[in-house]
Design a binder for this molecule. Structure first.
Ligand SMILES: Nc1ncnc2c1ncn2[C@@H]1O[C@H](COP(=O)(O)OP(=O)(O)O)[C@@H](O)[C@H]1O
Ligand SMILES: [Mg+2]
Length: 505
């Protein structure tokens, strides 16, 4: 073979392999591949057909020398025309002069004069699977090369294309799965589950969207049940860390002496009884987010250790001394006033400033009364669905909900609705079905008291009892914590539990 021609072929193959890996855009790469072949090897037209597994048709995915309309027309069934036969048989076909070949259908209509044109069609296959066809038009005149040479080059090109198409399919599949996973995760926690149209709440959602994409440390402030954890999760699932875990740690729920190991893990033998190593929550959260709830309860010495994580972006397993890179976003929450905690020497000021980079204050429900109707509607639908019921509320119920102060905030509202739905005998819930405490809690409004005929003393005792029951529940029936939350001593609490006959779970 002539030197010049051989060089051209090598250049063409090299160029095709280059453009095929230039991006992950299937059509763009294949189109460049075909125009490279067209210009370097003087092929008049070139098409890549791929088999669409659903319609079982061959479709032109990329072409050189054809108009858009011609490309659209180029569809073949398996076995139809020359291209259809190639995919069926898996062997190349050559038509020396398409003017003489009745099998040649010219479906694209791109060849008004078919005489003198040769047509080469080659299957695209990999490991026995045939998934497409390459076809080219060629006018052989004088020194324009031979069919055999073209066949050789095209076979190499087709195997390059085959590998690229397979790679692309795998890539697409992974991308699709990733998207699906992401949307599944998001459905559970992101905005469809966060209800709030009031101005106050909308401005919170706005900041959530704004800071979610950053790695900024967020401090969520607000009473219990206002949605701090919900917002923490939204921040995580809206961030680029969404594919990694969000790990929650309730600093108040773990005994203080175990908290360090819980957070940072430990190596085997780190302390008496450490018979095996333990992975801490920070390590579990690598790549993702750690949500430190009730941060005010973090013991003072651990506050210093957390500060070091924030400053040095590393942490160590207890007893190890080997730093681990803390690629973790930190979100914290508290219902306490940290400034008071600082003043009283229970919280480190230096840590406070590190945690308080972006503070988000969640208002108590009584300060966003506008949202109560929406939330009620949302939770009523949800629990009706969960329990397969069709409960509705009277206007009066909604009015009571709106005027009630909801000390337990959205959590209390959700729990109340759930209980009402479960307990409902019929489908309509009236004011009479509401718990007694909902009419008496607003102690600053005396008119509520007169609604009931009991003496003031009974009234006050009932309020006290309900508050104790509620606080016990919130503190998981841990009495010293409950006493603390209510601002009374443990003895006082014990006395009242007995007096009111409160069930301890
Ligand atoms: N804006 C809201 N929309 C819908 N549900 C909410 C909202 N805020 C809170 N909740 C629900 O109330 C309950 C308590 O929320 P949570 O985030 O645990 O509060 P916190 O961490 O502040 O105590 C959860 O069931 C949560 O889904
Ligand atoms: Mg919480």
């Amino acid at each position: 073979m002539e030197q010049n021609k051989q060089n051209k072929e090598l250049t063409a193959i090299l160029e095709v392999s280059k453009v095929l890996t230039s991006s992950i855009d299937l059509e763009r790469n294949l189109t460049s591949a075909m125009s490279t072949l067209g210009s370097l090897l003087e092929m008049q037209r070139g098409c890549v057909f791929l088999l669409d597994s659903e319609s079982e048709q061959l479709r032109i995915v990329a072409a050189h020398g054809l108009t858009k309309e011609e490309i659209m027309r180029g569809k073949y069934r398996i076995g139809e025309g020359i291209v259809g036969r190639v995919i069926k048989s898996g062997s190349p076909m050559i038509v020396p002069n398409i003017g003489d070949e009745p099998l040649f259908l010219n479906k694209t209509g791109s060849r008004p004069n078919k005489d003198g044109i040769s047509f080469i069609s080659i299957p695209i296959k990999l490991k026995g699977e045939i998934f497409g066809v390459i076809s080219v038009d060629r006018i052989y005149a004088g020194e324009n090369g031979s069919v055999d040479d073209d066949l050789r080059v095209l076979q190499i090109v087709s195997s390059l294309i085959a590998q690229f198409v397979k790679l692309w399919e795998t890539y697409k599949k992974v991308e699709r799965e990733k998207d699906q996973l992401k949307s599944q995760l998001k459905e559970r926690f992101s905005f469809p589950n966060i209800i709030g149209e009031s101005e106050k709440f909308q401005s919170i959602l706005k900041s959530v969207v704004k800071v979610a994409g950053t790695d900024a440390t967020v401090l969520l402030l607000g009473e219990s049940g206002t949605g701090k954890e919900l917002i923490a999760r939204a921040l995580h699932y809206e961030s680029k860390r969404a594919a990694f875990p969000i790990i929650s740690v309730n600093c108040a729920a773990i005994p203080q002496n175990l908290l360090e190991i819980e957070l940072f893990g430990c190596v085997k033998g780190a302390f008496t009884g450490a018979v095996s190593k333990r992975i801490g929550r920070f390590e579990l959260a690598l790549g993702g987010t750690i949500f430190l709830d009730e941060i005010a309860e973090l013991p003072y010495d651990l506050q210093a250790k957390l500060l070091r994580v924030l400053q040095e972006h590393t942490f160590e397993r207890v007893g190890s001394g080997i730093p681990i890179k803390a690629d973790v976003r930190i979100i914290t929450a508290t219902n306490k006033n940290l400034l008071t905690e600082i003043k009283e020497g229970r919280f480190r000021e230096d840590l406070y400033w590190r945690l308080n980079v972006v503070p988000i204050m969640l208002p108590p429900l009584r300060e966003r009364v506008d949202d109560i109707a929406l939330l009620t509607d949302y939770y009523l639908r949800k629990f009706n669905k969960d329990y397969n019921k069709q409960v509705t509320f009277t206007e009066d119920v909604l009015k009571t909900f709106i005027s009630y102060s909801w000390p337990g905030n959205v959590r209390e509202l959700a729990n109340t609705i759930e209980r009402l739905v479960i307990m409902a005998d019929g489908d309509l819930i009236d004011k009479d079905n509401l718990p007694f405490c909902m009419f008496t809690f607003k102690t600053d409004k005396l008119d509520i008291i007169e609604h009931n005929s009991n003496s003031l003393n009974d009234e006050v005792e009932e309020i006290e009892k309900q508050r104790i029951i509620k606080a016990l529940k919130e503190q998981n029936y841990v009495q010293n914590k409950t006493a603390k939350a209510l601002g009374i001593t443990q003895r006082q609490l014990g006395y009242r539990i007995k007096k009111y006959g409160v069930a301890l779970k």
